[in-house]
Ligand binder design. Structure first.
Ligand code: GLU
Length: 468
């Protein structure tokens, strides 16, 4: 491979949402480009007009945006390049690397049936390969690439190693249909070449396509890109990925409450590794990512690992970035947007909310104390920790809180002192405080809640309870 600057691409077919496998392919291409000072391009493979929809394109773009996989320049539509594809097919025709084939569907069918009956290969061998086409000037034809019949075609793959196909197993594939439209095999090669793509990273279901596509590169005397065909993703049980295993659109992961950074980290680990590193940042991933770390066997999708990494990313994220992601999470779930006050309050509490929150749902559950106002509605469990005894203990805490300097140290001292005087363990006192402040059992620590709420609000909430 020459030392051309790195150009990778993601080339989804817009026939559905951006699924987890596609997102991982996009991520690998993005990481490789970004880590090597290269470009990452997006090409929408919308050549199949019947199956491609603008809605699917929009969903793919939204998914990439959520994942933060920014691409260089404009997204390219493959369909719009059809004339250029046809031009290349004709160039191959002119140079003798391709030929017009006038065989009809019936003739091809008859050929296959005879071959089958005779126990021969059913690979179609067109009689037009070496014939003159002059006699068929007005008949419809397809353009086929003249594939070599002897020897082998080799794909040097960065993941799969050297893979060879006997040329006798490759047919003269069609590159231009009789209506003048290009086939997928041709379009991919022409586009990759014209876009200057140097590295093709995609699912290993495309490995045998690489062999056939290299025929077009050779016919046009174009430089073959570096190939890296990555193993597919399986479910945790090792079976083909299904909805039950997590074969969902990436947008659904946003709606489930995973942060994009956690998702990127987890997707990078699906099939690629860097030593024993599980948690890493984007800049580490960009620096470390390379073909050597890609495994040959299918990766297994594991929600537990995803959750775990998400929690670590939430804990380490910048507060403002988290707020932005939470707003995206709420909107993905068709929830009301946050008010200015709620945004302000959430930001204030974020430092303690982001600890030990695996997903945004957990984080928001803990944020309830700051997002609701008095009188605090209590759930059953909280209610239970507020009997007469604990109410009177809360009363005795009040003067201490009135005099505290409202530092964490001072608040801890005040609560410990009351616990000690009453001969109680600290935990016994914490439960009623939590009930008074939040009305829930899943909350940040009581000291964090007091610090975030401030003295007046804390005392008012405790007062509400002791006066009941
Ligand atoms: N459009 C193809 C797909 O979605 C990808 C083609 C390629 O990466 O070369 O599977």
């Amino acid at each position: 491979m020459s030392d051309r600057p790195v150009v990778t691409r993601f080339a989804p077919s817009p026939t559905g949402y951006l699924h987890i496998g596609g997102a991982r392919t996009a991520l690998f291409n993005w990481l490789y480009a970004r880590g090597n000072g290269g470009k990452f391009l997006l090409r929408v493979e919308d050549t199949d007009r019947e199956r491609s929809t603008p809605e699917a394109t929009a969903a793919i773009l939204r998914g990439m945006e959520w994942l933060g996989l920014d691409y260089d320049g404009e997204a390219i539509s493959q369909f719009e390049r059809a004339d250029r594809h046809a031009e290349v097919a004709h160039a191959m025709l002119d140079s003798g690397h391709a030929y017009k084939c006038f065989a009809t569907q019936d003739e091809i069918q008859a050929f296959r049936e005879t071959a089958k009956a005779e126990g021969k290969s059913t690979l179609f061998r067109s009689p037009w390969r070496d014939a003159s086409s002059d006699t068929h000037a007005d008949a419809p034809y397809v353009i086929r690439v003249k594939a070599p019949r002897d020897g082998e075609t080799v794909v040097e793959d960065q993941v799969q190693g050297r893979v060879a196909w006997k040329n006798e197993t490759l047919d003269d594939m069609i590159c231009l249909r009789s209506d003048g439209t290009p086939t997928y095999m041709l379009a991919v090669v022409v586009d990759d070449h014209d876009m200057g793509v140097t590295h093709v990273i995609r699912g290993d279901d495309h490995l045998s396509n690489a062999a056939r596509q290299s025929l077009v590169y050779n016919a046009m005397d174009w430089e073959i890109p570096v190939w890296a065909h990555i193993p597919l993703i399986h479910g945790a049980d090792g079976k083909k990925l299904s909805k039950r295993h997590g074969a969902l659109g990436v947008e659904e992961y946003q709606a489930m409450g995973y942060p994009a950074s956690g998702m990127r980290n987890y997707l990078a680990r699906l099939g690629w590794s860097h030593g024993d590193d599980e948690f890493f940042t984007d800049s580490q991933a960009k620096e470390w990512f390379g073909f050597g770390g890609i495994g040959k066997s299918p990766a297994r999708f594991d929600f537990k690992k995803l959750e775990n990494l998400s929690g670590q990313h939430i804990a380490q994220s910048d507060d403002a970035a988290l707020l932005h992601e939470i707003e995206g999470f709420l909107s993905a779930n068709n929830e009301d947007p946050l008010s200015e006050t709620q945004r302000h309050d959430l930001l204030k509490a974020m430092y303690c909310l982001k600890e030990k929150s695996k997903m945004f749902g957990n984080l928001l559950e803990k944020s309830r104390f700051i997002l609701t106002s008095r009188p605090i509605e209590r759930d059953e469990k909280s209610e239970k920790s507020l009997d007469d005894v604990s109410r009177s203990i809360l009363s005795s805490l009040t003067p201490h809180l009135q005099n505290a300097t409202w530092s964490r140290e001072d608040l801890e001292a005040a609560v410990s002192e009351v616990a000690e005087t009453q001969g109680l363990k600290l935990g016994k006192l914490v439960a009623p405080i939590r009930a008074a402040l939040a009305g829930r059992t899943t909350t940040p620590s009581v000291f964090d809640m007091m610090l975030v709420l401030g003295r007046d609000e804390t005392l008012a909430r405790i007062n509400d309870v002791t006066r009941e």
